[in-house]
Design a protein around this ligand. Structure first.
Ligand code: HEM
Length: 254
């Protein structure tokens, strides 16, 4: 980025602080309207609670604040890329996010798409996207290279459901009956389920409370009281049975 572009991006930080959440909420609504297939990627339960819009707003602001020295964002980048890899986020999806983000900045702040401000934000976004895509590629490669590892989604079968006081313990085994990587307590997988009566799927992360060494993944699912019909936990608890299939991403560490 040239110094003038850095200046332009940094100057929008106070404005974004004021309207950051409004901007990202607007951005999500716009993007999901234009790309309904992304309803399978984003957790709609999180969308309605505003959790994800806040997280993205915070990340965009932190980046703008540190545009001259993105290395200070190493911890945030590690966190975001781990989550993205667990959700099988792909490089080509960055173009969709970028396009909708820039249009949203333009529309919410009422500046033309052809303005220097949007051009500067485009360079900034591409710079951040490049960093994330690079780190994510490394993580996908590492996951696929492990014995029993894989990148993206893999089909698992519900082998057992045990009722507990606090919820239900689900045990999953891979449909291909091949090896699966062991996982430490505290690491997590994403599980993707079909939403009943709707043609969409929804992902959600579940953490392991114990080391996973038995060629199956087992975790406790607890009911979510305030959730919408998109709560993966409630869908698992209320509609999934032994021998049903789910999509699972390889375990990653927080
Ligand atoms: C520069 C671009 C991006 C930034 C700065 C960014 C930032 C973030 C942040 C801060 C989170 C929250 C992490 C957490 O929950 O702990 C997140 C989660 C997520 N991101 Fe991104 N992201 C970017 C691009 C993308 C793209 C291209 C996609 C795919 C279309 C995507 C999909 C998601 C999803 C599905 C989640 C999980 C949200 C949920 O809880 O439902 N992101 N991202």
């Amino acid at each position: 980025m040239n110094p003038q572009q850095i200046e332009l991006v940094k100057n929008t930080v106070p404005v974004l602080r004021e309207s950051g959440v409004a901007l990202t909420s607007y951005f999500y609504a716009r993007m999901l309207k234009n790309h309904p297939e992304l309803n399978n990627v984003f957790n709609l339960d999180h969308q309605s609670s505003g959790r994800q819009p806040r997280a993205l707003a915070a990340a965009v602001l932190a980046y703008a604040d540190n545009i001259e020295n993105p290395s200070v964002l190493a911890k945030a980048i590690e966190h975001i890329t781990t989550k993205h890899v667990s959700l099988d986020i792909r490089p080509e999806q960055y173009a969709i996010v970028g396009d909708n983000l820039l249009h949203s900045i333009s529309e919410v702040l009422d500046v033309p798409m052809e303005s220097e401000l949007i051009a500067a934000w485009k360079v900034a976004y591409l710079q951040l996207a490049d960093i994330l895509i690079g780190v994510e590629k490394q993580k996908y490669d590492n996951l696929a290279a492990q014995n029993g590892g894989w990148a993206g989604w893999r089909t698992f079968i519900v082998k057992n459901i045990e009722s507990l006081d606090s919820g239900k313990r689900f045990s999953l085994v891979p449909q291909d009956a091949q090896a699966i990587v062991p996982a430490d307590a505290g690491s997590f997988i994403s599980v993707k389920v079909k939403v009943p009566n709707q043609s969409i799927e929804q992902p959600q992360q579940f953490s392991f409370t114990e080391d996973q060494i038995a060629q199956e993944y087992s975790f406790v699912v607890k009911a979510e009281e305030t959730a919408t019909e998109f709560s993966v936990a409630n869908i698992l608890l209320n509609t999934y049975q032994v021998n049903d299939v789910v999509q699972v991403s390889a375990p990653v560490k927080r």
